[in-house]
Design a protein around this ligand. Structure first.
Ligand SMILES: Nc1ncnc2c1ncn2[C@@H]1O[C@H](COP(=O)(O)OP(=O)(O)OP(=O)(O)O)[C@@H](O)[C@H]1O
Ligand SMILES: [Mg+2]
Length: 214
């Protein structure tokens, strides 16, 4: 089943970032997007994850065009099916890590998975206030929060930027296992080519085009 299909996307801010960008994400599939800083990777991810409207082109999620979808349906898809793990992680700062997870669990009517917290190495500090956690711990709490709602499509922007190599690799294994087990899909933006090549497909944003390199 097709989870996401983008056709002929283009976008310009001060200058044209890219045009003619198309890609398809299937169930259990991971796609990495690489490219130099400023090439437009995060912009493309914002478009694919419905946060930003492209100048041209279409994005379909579960074969429904998001531009012609009702506001209500789009909000429901965003809430229930899309999981965003971005560079800034927007946890509720006044709360503990656990309280952040409880909000996600309550809104999505899902359970908090203690095994996941152990694997992310945040089981011990999870009751501390977010502001007392290290940057890397906060990042992993935000990953736990996103996975708690069990989304069908993960959009992940430099998820391991604050992490040492070993923890980064464990975090990525968690994402890969998650998409396999839940028939979900992932679009990952990263500078780390080793990490990118662990995905099923790799695309490079180069010279305003998205080129498949794996
Ligand atoms: N909201 C915005 N308004 C104006 N220009 C923007 C906006 N967002 C991004 N840009 C510009 O678009 C270009 C690409 O930015 P983008 O964040 O997509 O790059 P990136 O490939 O993700 O880079 P990095 O690897 O450094 O994260 C930059 O020149 C940036 O200044
Ligand atoms: Mg970026």
């Amino acid at each position: 089943m097709n989870l996401l299909s983008a056709k002929n996307l283009s976008h310009t801010f001060e200058y044209e970032l890219f045009s003619g960008v198309s890609l398809d994400l299937e169930q259990k599939e991971s796609i990495a997007i690489i490219g130099i800083s400023g090439s437009g990777k995060s912009t493309l991810l914002n478009i694919l994850s419905t946060l930003l409207k492209p100048d041209n082109g279409t994005v379909s999620i579960f074969s429904e065009d998001i531009l012609s979808m009702s506001k209500k349906r789009l909000a429901q898809i965003k809430r229930d099916e899309l999981g965003l793990v971005f560079q800034s992680h927007y946890l509720f700062k006044g709360f503990s890590g656990m309280e952040n997870l409880e909000v996600a669990a309550m809104l999505s009517k899902k359970d908090i998975d203690n095994e996941l917290l152990k694997r992310l190495k945040i089981y011990e500090p999870i009751n501390q206030k977010v502001t007392e956690l290290s940057g890397g711990q906060q990042q992993r709490v935000s990953i736990a929060r996103v996975l708690t709602k069990q989304p069908r499509i993960l959009f992940v922007d430099e998820p391991t930027g604050n992490l040492d190599k070993e923890t980064a690799s464990e975090v990525m294994d968690i994402f890969f296992e998650y998409i396999e087990k839940n028939s979900a899909g992932m679009i990952l933006v990263t500078h780390d080519e080793d990490l990118a090549y662990k995905c099923h497909k790799v695309f490079k944003l180069d010279n305003r085009e998205l080129i498949r390199v794996k």
